[in-house]
Unconditional design. Sequence first.
Lengths: 368, 272
Amino acid sequence: MARDDSYLRIETVTKRFGSVTAVDQVDLSIGTGEFFSLLGPSGCGKTTLLRMLAGFETPDVGEIYIDGAPVSGTPPHMRPTNMVFQNYAIFPHLNVERNVAYGLRKEKLGREEETRRVNEALEMVKLGGYGQRKSNELSGGQRQRIALARALIRRPKVLLLDEPLGALDKKLRTEMQIELRQLQQSLGVTFVFVTHDQEEAMTLSDRIAVMAHGKALQVASPKEIYNDPTDMTVADFIGQMNFLEASVREVSGDQAILDAAGFGAIKAPARRPYVQKSARLIAALRPEKLTLSESAPEGGANSVRGKIEAAAYLGDRSHFHVRVDGLEQPIAVAGPDEQPGGGSLAEGAPVWLSWSDEAVILLERDRG
Amino acid sequence: MSKLAHLQRPNRPLMIYAIVYLAFLYLPVALLPMFSFNDSIYIRFPLEGFTTKWYAEMFGDRQMHAALRNSIQVGVIASVTATILGIFGAKAVTRFRIKGVKPVLGVIMLPLVIPPIIMGVALLILLTQADIKLSLWTVTMGHILICVPFSIVTLMASFEGFDKSMEEAAADLGDNAWWTFWRVTFPMVFPGILASLLLCFTISFDEFIMAFFLAGTEQTLPIFIYSQLRFPQKLPGVLALGACIITVTFVVVFLAQWLRGRSFGTPQAGGE
């Protein structure tokens, strides 16, 4: 996973609070200018990890390197990082201009130069002319921008963002996502972005670390994480996924044949080392990789009979729950509402499910 | 209109109770200024004519001047010291992860419930054993002891009233602990600090028992007042002084409460 141009390196970092292990032996490398997201449910350790980068917490085990230098002994005010806090932490006793200029104390700029820098930062977040506003006269979105300007005015090498869009409504969120991404691209600053929103992480990031129970489960590009998850928790957390119990009957070259509950014998790519003869695994299938039809598909395609239990029309696509004999959970299928041939898929209708071999992802059972 | 009507209607018996209660509290206090303007050395009805001569007499008393100066000196030193200690205590209790913080806090708060006479005697024994001469400084020490809990309680409210992430943001923006305190913490808790100073000053200024035990030859104002009560002809003058003290104390406590309630509101982040 190590990259040559890695700017931030987190080496086997562990942090405990009492008996709780918040961050558990995490290894990460983040490149210069990368938009890197830490994604996971609340309590997964993503914020603790971010706070360790900022210097508010110290790792119990392991070391963090910024630009090659270990930083564990470096207090927050000496680090080349700046942070956008979850609640923005705008100083209520200072106006917008003083808030944004807060981090310029050590640079000892003249009044003119300081004003220029503040205006520049405010322009950057599209709040030019707001300098004299009182901090309690700002809306949520404006506070978020001020927090961003205040952090960026110090020209940090790394910007740490702790769920910065969490408090905004959906429309504003989408707007800010686009702006954040543009800002990051134009400044070339490394962004480390903490979020629990998978869609947000997918939209913004160059790479994502999916975290759960203090561990980084998978670190990869959004595409890879969606199409090729290496872990059941990751597969479950990102998008929707059908899981089937399966045992390997045979492995030959790149392909494995498995007995899957309810689906019978299925074929799947066998790229991973744990795909061994008679191993008990999980076969995972994305809902949109499944196709519904009213009659048995022609040719040698993998298929299984089922019955539509529920159908939901969402405009651009439809969601179906298909009951397959021998399975406790219905299979989720996403696809167009109309089937080729004009037939409609109503609740209670018998259908055939089909998929391609390549769509099957083989995963180890959860270690947890 | 609704079942809730009885909650909105003024309740006559309760109102009468409230008036009687307030009268019981403040009527005796109101008598003090009233008789201080009465042209007679006897405290009795009917009132005999308006005079300000008791005030003039009291303000001309050199002993009173000395006692007032002593009280102000003790009050200022005690309130400033107690507030500084209170800032440390309140910051530690509200900001750091400390093991066993509850029992420690309990011990700090103990002087609130220990009778001052016990504290006074205990301190007197201690000082005598340590061979420390009684003076205004020993009174000041005693007053610091009883003021610190009040200061901590007042300041804890201020510290809890603002988010820890403000201080973290200051650190993140390049300020060390010293600068963070002066640029963020101090302005944020300033109303609390002022409230603590005023509260501690009034506590020290009014305090009698500890001062009685711990003062040497120099009197504080409450002890001076007590000593004056031996002379019947001095009583109206004491009333005049009392009226002045009540007025000043009232203003100061009111100011302290007002400042305590006035802090920076942090509006919740929301949509545009």
